[in-house]
Design a protein around this ligand. Structure first.
Ligand SMILES: [Zn+2]
Length: 309
């Protein structure tokens, strides 16, 4: 593995395309060099992208994984790298902080769910596959024509990529309405940092970027950007408030999560509930850091109690 600050393609014309899907994939093509942001998951997606890349006649493809979640990167291990035409150089880039969980599926599941779940566990929504990382990247920074911006919260090292046309691929820092309405409690490992990231995105809209492309949701421009960001801030705030309400009386993390799921009318199937439980753990931890919740260890149990509304 090597660390390179940037792969210069200055002075070349680039085209930007977003392949629809959940997640969407952003493709920035600059002459013979192509940048693919979040290839996604599934063998079908792997075949689709391999065909597209062959059509672009790239001699070098840089895959940028925005964070370690399986749905954003599995396609690389599901035939995408193998299907690239012979002679094409492939580079897999990942944020420095998230890279260990890209490479190691057990680190990934431990961080994502709070349990080091193994391949084959019925609790997992996606197969945890090993993906190689060739290049560690840092945000803020640059990767060829892409400007990388830090979007921590959803995962510690998540980054976004701004294309030359001003489109910010915002990964899972921002979700579309359908996802927010379906899951009620958007997944963030650290919801307080996720809220700070959303507020930063709100301040920088129209300055650093002109269009917002979430991984799971439609592209937003103009006033729709602010609308989408505010809906996400509201969802995170509802989650934090629900967590504080759940901890009015001392509760364990699991009890707090069950109350939050109930009060937000979030899905109760085990995989989703486990993700929400980890988000509530994140909320407990970050609210403790803000002095709004206190941990009360007693015997072998840790309970949490709201101390400052
Ligand atoms: Zn994610």
């Amino acid at each position: 593995m090597t660390t390179v600050g940037g792969l210069s393609v200055a002075g070349r014309d680039c085209s930007v395309e977003v392949v629809k899907g959940s997640p969407a994939t952003m493709i920035v093509s600059c002459g013979g060099e192509v940048f693919v942001v979040d290839p996604g998951h599934g063998e079908k997606r792997a075949r689709q992208l391999a065909r597209k890349l062959a059509g672009l006649q790239a001699s070098r493809v840089v895959f940028l994984v925005t964070h370690y979640h399986s749905d954003h990167l599995n396609a690389l291990a599901e035939g995408l790298l193998e299907r690239l035409p012979e002679g094409v150089e492939a580079v897999v880039a990942a944020p420095r902080l998230d890279a260990p969980a890209v490479m190691d599926p057990v680190v990934r599941t431990a961080l994502t769910f709070g349990y080091p779940l193994r391949h084959g566990s019925g609790l997992l929504l996606f197969k945890p596959l090993t993906v190689r990382v060739d290049l560690l990247v840092d945000a803020p920074g640059e990767l060829g024509p892409l400007t990388l911006v830090p979007l921590p919260g959803h995962t510690p090292g998540q980054l976004g990529a701004i294309a030359p046309d001003g489109t910010l691929y915002a990964a899972d820092a921002v979700f579309g309405d359908r996802v927010l309405n379906r899951y009620r409690a958007p997944y963030h490992l650290d919801p307080c940092r996720a809220r700070e990231t959303l507020e930063w995105l709100l301040r920088e809209a129209g300055r650093r970027y002109t269009a917002l492309q979430p991984s799971h949701g439609p592209r937003a421009e103009d006033s729709a950007i602010e609308e989408m960001l505010k809906a996400n801030i509201d969802a995170v705030e509802r989650l934090l408030e629900a967590t504080m309400t759940a901890a009015r009386e001392p509760v364990t993390a699991e009890q707090a999560a069950a109350k939050v799921i109930k009060s937000l009318e979030a899905p109760t199937d085990p995989g989703i509930a486990m993700l929400i439980t980890n988000t509530v753990r994140g909320a407990l931890a970050c609210l403790e850091a803000e002095g709004r919740i206190e941990a009360k260890p007693q015997d072998a149990i840790i309970t949490w109690k709201t101390v400052k509304a």
